[in-house]
Design a protein around this ligand. Structure first.
Ligand code: NI
Length: 179
């Protein structure tokens, strides 16, 4: 198993639309194992393949605290949405541990394939339903910060740009120190 590199906003590849999985083989299972490893190592509850720069419709989720409920969603589609809810969301691809509330359906029904290529369907609510909606957005090139007001988004972009400038400066200082 390998921990993969997570790409971060504003990386342009996070905006690509993912293709459906058509081959269910050992290579796919290996990729899924890597995705779980990467997600657990970053203490996330969900990870979509595009976050490791692979534009395929694969999502891994585990909302438990002890890694006991691993769930793989391949080529997932939400077929029913009910109610509305919002919690503070974050994302492994959105730097500075930024959090914001996003309107989501409270209950959903989701259809997907498991890692063996078998068709599955299940209902979800609460955190699991929110997490599924967040991860499925990644497959369409969408991030939770896209739902923010332009004012909030602008503030976040400014903060991130400031942080990146600071980081570059610190890295350059370190380089000249070792030159
Ligand atoms: Ni995310």
């Amino acid at each position: 198993m390998t921990v993969r590199t997570i790409i971060e906003y504003p990386h342009p590849n996070l905006r690509l639309v993912s293709a459906p999985v058509t081959v269910f083989d050992e290579k796919l299972k290996e990729l899924i194992r890597d995705m779980f490893e990467t997600m657990y190592q970053s203490q996330g509850i969900g990870l979509a393949a595009p976050q490791i720069d692979i534009q395929k419709q694969i999502v891994v989720i585990d909302v438990s605290e002890d890694h006991s409920q691993p769930l793989v969603l391949i080529n997932p589609k939400i077929t029913r949405r009910e109610g509305s809810t919002a919690i503070d969301e974050g994302c492994l691809s959105v730097p500075l541990d930024y959090r914001a509330k996003v309107d989501r359906a409270e209950k959903i029904t989701i259809e997907y394939f498991d890692e063996d290529g078998a068709r599955q369907q299940r209902d979800a609510d609460d955190l699991l339903a929110i997490c599924m909606q967040h991860e499925l957005d990644h497959l369409q090139g969408k991030l939770f910060i896209d739902y923010l007001s332009s004012l909030k988004k602008g503030l976040y972009d400014k903060k991130l740009e400031k942080y990146r400038r600071y980081k570059r400066k610190a890295e350059n200082a370190k380089k000249s120190e070792h030159a």
